[in-house]
Write a protein that binds this ligand. Structure first.
Ligand SMILES: Cc1cc2nc3c(=O)[nH]c(=O)nc-3n(C[C@H](O)[C@H](O)[C@H](O)COP(=O)(O)OP(=O)(O)OC[C@H]3O[C@@H](n4cnc5c(N)ncnc54)[C@H](O)[C@@H]3O)c2cc1C
Length: 401
């Protein structure tokens, strides 16, 4: 006799947890999310939704929301820090990412993506998201898993998903504390209102500025009204990993001496800058024990150098829900299938993201002529294809499970 459908408990209502929840609810599988935040606010800044990520969102029925809230881009460009010389990364004769990869590329504010996932989950189950619910511990037996919240409440279910991000309590309980290693790089983040900038800086293109000791990624989000800026610099005196730690313009500008006027204009136009220390975590060799597993940053946090953190969480959430649906009579087996389908892929992207640090920050970039030739070789179309094609072509909807 097949068992009744499992009830799934999800720790954390971030990008990956909400994606898993939406995919489960669409498959008719009940779930509840326990989120530490007391309210759902618009925190964070921009994300790049690559074709592998939009493919998931479209399969979840969010195509019109993505198209409404995001900024579609057909290109990525690279610019030299000093002269502003520009290279286009994708063949301009191929009009869209959809033609190249089968799904579009969108630039989006994390708050907009989060809000559309929250709305879609609540549409299917209005009380699915439990706020003010910090997950503290769990225990499991042959027949169930029980999550304990910090305030003492306990919730029982058939499967527990640790979608509680970088500092995951569920990962800690499963495998002990993580040992993040500081990269020697910190990031400046901010949003500049596009109407304060020269028109050419608000174009729907993701631009990477490359310099000898740093690189900066800029792209419009929030229906094209804000320009997201993330500027990574080699600096070892800032080691706090936080999305909300403020920094001053004076300090930020000191990190980009002699950079092109366009970049300085962008920094000047940002009202509030934030500082964020970048840490490296080794991918876990194992994600699941019995009825408990992990997804997204909790098991494979990555450096932002390939713009894949949120996309990997989207892929995880979707593939995990497919496994739980397909192997519904065997919760622990479903989680093993999920891990087998996902671990190699995410480990590969974690490693490739980390390797990009050396490519981005290269001494050759100090000099305009040597820098131009370095970019022409490192961002050559063949290298771009090798760097991105396998990432963008992945299909979480059809990959074998
Ligand atoms: C506030 C915030 C702002 C961010 N801003 C950006 C950004 O601007 N650009 C970018 O590229 N990435 C940003 N990220 C990270 C990005 O969302 C993730 O790297 C990526 O989406 C992977 O998703 P995830 O679901 O694994 O983790 P996340 O999306 O980080 O979600 C984890 C969720 O778990 C919750 N949580 C953590 N611990 C507990 C606990 N003990 N109990 C219950 N809930 C818990 C968190 O509050 C969060 O909602 C941000 C993350 C956060 C939390």
């Amino acid at each position: 006799m097949p068992k009744t459908l499992p009830h799934v408990i999800i720790a954390g209502a971030g990008i990956g947890g909400l994606t898993a929840a939406l995919a489960l609810l669409k498959a008719g599988i009940d779930c509840d999310l326990y989120e530490q935040a007391t309210e759902l606010r618009e925190v964070g800044a921009g994300l790049q939704l690559a074709p592998n990520g939009t493919r998931v969102l479209f399969a979840l029925g969010l195509e019109s929301s993505v198209r409404r809230e995001g900024v579609e881009t057909g290109d990525k460009t690279v610019r030299l820090w000093s002269t502003g010389q520009t290279w286009s990364l994708f063949d301009p004769t191929v009009a869209t990412a959809t033609e190249r990869f089968g799904s579009p590329m969108y630039l989006m504010h994390r708050g907009d993506l989060h809000a559309m996932l929250v709305d879609a989950v609540r549409e299917r189950k209005p009380d699915a998201i439990h706020l003010n619910s910090r997950c503290a511990d769990f225990e499991q037996s042959e027949s169930e898993v029980r999550l304990t919240l910090e305030d003492g409440r306990q919730i029982s279910g058939d499967i527990l998903i640790g979608a509680d991000g970088l500092h995951s309590r569920i990962r800690q309980k499963l495998f002990g504390p993580a040992t993040p290693k500081f990269t020697g790089i910190m990031a400046w983040r901010g949003l500049a209102p596009v109407d304060r900038l020269p028109a050419h800086l608000g174009r729907p293109v993701a631009t990477q500025w490359l310099g000898p000791n740093g690189h900066v990624t800029c792209y419009p989000v929030h229906r094209g009204t804000l320009l997201n800026m993330v500027g990574e610099v080699e600096r070892d005196d800032w080691q706090l990993e936080s999305w909300v730690e403020p920094g001053s313009h004076e300090e930020c500008l000191r990190d980009f001496p002699g950079w092109h006027r366009d970049l300085i204009d962008i920094i000047d136009s940002i009202d509030q800058l934030y500082k964020w220390g970048l840490f490296l975590r080794e991918p876990l060799p194992k994600w699941s024990v019995g009825r408990v597993t992990l997804l997204g940053d909790s098991c494979h946090a990555m450096l932002p150098f390939l713009g894949q953190g949120a996309n990997m969480a989207l892929e995880d959430g979707f593939v995990l829900a497919r496994c739980i649906e397909k192997y519904r009579d065997d919760p622990a087996g479903a989680l093993q299938r999920y891990e087998a389908a996902r671990r190699e892929r995410t480990t590969n992207v974690v490693q490739r993201s980390a390797n990009m640090a050396a490519t981005f920050h290269n001494d050759a970039l100090s000099d305009a002529t040597a820098g131009a030739s370095y970019i022409s070789s490192q961002w050559h179309p063949d290298k771009i294809r090798t760097r991105y094609d396998t990432i963008y072509n992945y299909n979480a909807i059809s990959t074998a499970i």
